[in-house]
Design a protein around this ligand. Sequence first.
Ligand code: URA
Length: 251
Amino acid sequence: MSRRGHAADLAESVRALRDYFAYLGRSGVLFPIPGAPPPASAKAATILATSPGDPAPAPPAPQATADTLEKIRDDLGDCTRCRLHQTRRNIVFGVGNPKARIVFVGEAPGADEDAKGEPFVGRAGQLLTNMLKAFGLNRSDVYICNVLKCRPPENRDPDPVEAQTCSPFMLRQIRAIRPKVVCALGKHAAHTLLRTTDPITKLRGKAFDFEGTKLVPAFHPAYLLRNPRSQWEARTDLKKVLELAGNGGKP
Ligand code: URA
């Protein structure tokens, strides 16, 4: 994490602590309040503090510092958490609008993405970009990332350890952006996010719940390149994603 990030975190924690101590002070737990009998216990302090005419402010919830894409990227660092770091050229973190209404999650970088450090820039990526364009969207209107941030050699499937090690960063990206809809591209993303092993043919086009956000699985663009006839279904699924997102999918 950057020094500025640490300083901001520290300031936030100090503020939360100060509020909490102020609350404790007001409720007589820290020090006896002149003129009031000392509370026998924290429970008594709560009862005292909440008696009519003396409304106690709710204790501040322990303030979780808002996560940001910058912080997540900092935490990822020059990652060596799994063996994929040995063969990658670049970490492929994610790209797009941090205020996006739609987040697309793919599987893992391929050779082009590994070379450029950006997700979905190869042939499958061009198809995704064109599909977005057909609905009046640019890549910069949405956010695009993958379950894995490093390329598996020979584009093999992610192994369970890699997915388990890397997916927390993708989950944090979604939580930081708080989009209206997550579109899981392909079975790996859908399985990771929905914790199911149902086939993508069964999942695609349906709206699921992911932590209060809509999640729609769709065919992976690489599959669509191999099976162009399925582009019709993909179009229907993307239309659904845009409808659920509102505002034509624009941020
Ligand atoms: N396939 C993916 O799943 N992600 C990419 O970034 C590129 C291809």
